[in-house]
Ligand binder design. Sequence first.
Ligand code: ZN
Length: 215
Amino acid sequence: MGLYTDKRKTTTTPDGYELLTHESGPIEYKFNWHMGPFWSKYLAAMRDEGKILGVKCPKCGIVYIPPRAVCGQCFVEPNEWVEVGPEGLLKGFTVVRFPYIDPNTGHLMKVPFTAVWITLDGADTRMMHFCNELDEHKMRVGMPMKAVFAKKPRPTSIHAVERFDIIPGGKVVEEVHPPRMDVPIKMELPTKATAKRKGAGAKKATKKKVAAKKK
Ligand SMILES: [Zn+2]
């Protein structure tokens, strides 16, 4: 038990009781969650066969990595499994230099590390992973990268792929951005007149309410 100071810089309740803390010690909690049929097949293939599998939407043809149960555009179930990668293009990266807890292990990650977003060959969505290059000046969006699988037995997680390596001498593919839409977005912004009218109406309403209460 101990005392603490609240926002008002007091150590008591408004009527003079001590503000108390309760010390409960460290908490450790083990938990599991189901991966479901899509993620199970994805991780098992990565671990046992050294393959990265995605799913293809039968309607729009998008190949999802990681696989998902419903196409986000068409709302139908992707029914075809396709092998993608192991090469792909770097679409984004961040060199992390602050302590960060790995959600897979609950332990602090060794810093610095580089998080990368890769579009694997044959996939339309990005996969998040790690890269062994820690110098951001040596990295460029559009660089070809290659998945390096962990040595067997591989873990049952995305760490079955140990990391992504930059392919030496690979051609950087510049990102082609779609042209900006120059159609003005029509939005009704409140003009001075409408704002005044609304404000006046609100005031009248309150006055009426007050008058009704008085009666
Ligand atoms: Zn679709």
